[in-house]
Design a protein around this ligand. Structure first.
Ligand code: NAP
Length: 253
């Protein structure tokens, strides 16, 4: 690939939240962006934001946990935008419950979307990255990887994604492909609004309470995460791989 050719990025779960902000940000960095989500029609707003700003984007409908849908989605991206060399595994769901109330389905759904989804997407895209001698994979982990009440399923997959990321970094480094994880703390999105509803709090009160526990004294915005992802997916970040960056307004360990 010539250095002037536009790189193609796939952002999963990009109809809203962190994924939508990331798609918009990567387009602003000059990437052509496949805005992938469960429902293709739901991607229209993100695509419109990008194209109105002069960028290139398409909507792609797929369930990331389904390898056949993922294969079809990646083929569509290759056909309509070009070979994807940037992948952001962002699609996610919550099925929070205390362990004694957590169902098999709560566990399996979360494992399938986050872990199987990231695996299937990365496997489908790696060939294009290896062929190009360039690739950037970013997986969305979470501060919950360190443990969080009511999230045995979610904390397990977010910790699992850190191990997955480090292994991809080791396997794919010699092909010019980096893999990193971004682990957000509390970010204001529909996902955290749903958590507020689950614990019976208004979202504004929930955010205000969370902010008092965060060193910078505010909750995160989607752009805070998009900024970190823009760094990891940049051409200049080729010597940074296998890292986990907490984007949480303070230190976590
Ligand atoms: P969000 O607002 O709930 O958006 C998630 C998106 O993923 C939705 O558009 C959803 O589609 C899509 N999605 C769900 N299952 C999918 C599947 N099987 N295939 C394709 N797309 C699917 O979430 P968010 O808050 O932006 O979070 C984005 C990522 O950051 C997630 O991985 C999350 O775990 C992680 N994270 C978030 C926070 C936070 O505080 N918000 C903190 C740490 C980590 P539907 O609308 O159709 O369900």
């Amino acid at each position: 690939m010539s250095t002037t050719e536009q790189r193609v990025a796939i952002v999963t779960g990009a109809a809203r939240g962190i994924g939508a902000a990331t798609a918009v940000r990567l387009a602003a960095e000059g990437r052509a962006v496949a805005v992938l989500d469960l429902d293709e029609a739901a991607c229209a707003d993100t695509v419109e934001k990008i194209t109105k700003a002069g960028g290139r984007a398409i909507a792609v409908g797929a369930d990331v946990s389904d390898s056949e849908q993922v294969a079809a989605a990646v083929a569509k991206v290759v056909e309509e935008l070009g070979a994807p060399t940037i992948l952001v595994n962002n699609a996610g769901v919550l099925r929070d419950n205390l362990l004694f109330k957590m169902s098999d389905s709560d566990w399996d759904t979360v494992v399938n979307v986050h872990l199987r989804g990231a695996f299937v997407m990365a496997r489908a895209c790696q060939k294009h990255m290896v062929d190009a001698g360039f690739g950037r994979i970013v997986n969305l982990s979470s501060s919950s990887a360190l443990g969080n009440r009511g999230q045995a399923n979610y904390s397990a997959v977010k910790a699992g994604l850190q191990g997955f990321t480090k292994t991809l970094a080791i396997e794919l480094g010699k092909f010019g492909v980096t893999a990193n994880a971004v682990a957000p703390g509390f970010i204001a999105t529909d996902m955290t609004a749903a958590t507020a509803a689950r614990v019976g709090m208004g979202f504004e009160d929930f955010k205000a309470a969370a902010a008092t526990q965060i060193p910078v004294q505010r909750v995160g915005e989607v752009e805070d995460v998009a900024n970190a992802i823009a760094f990891f997916t940049g051409d200049a970040a080729g010597f940074v791989s296998g890292q986990v960056m907490y984007v949480a307004g303070g230190p976590l360990n």
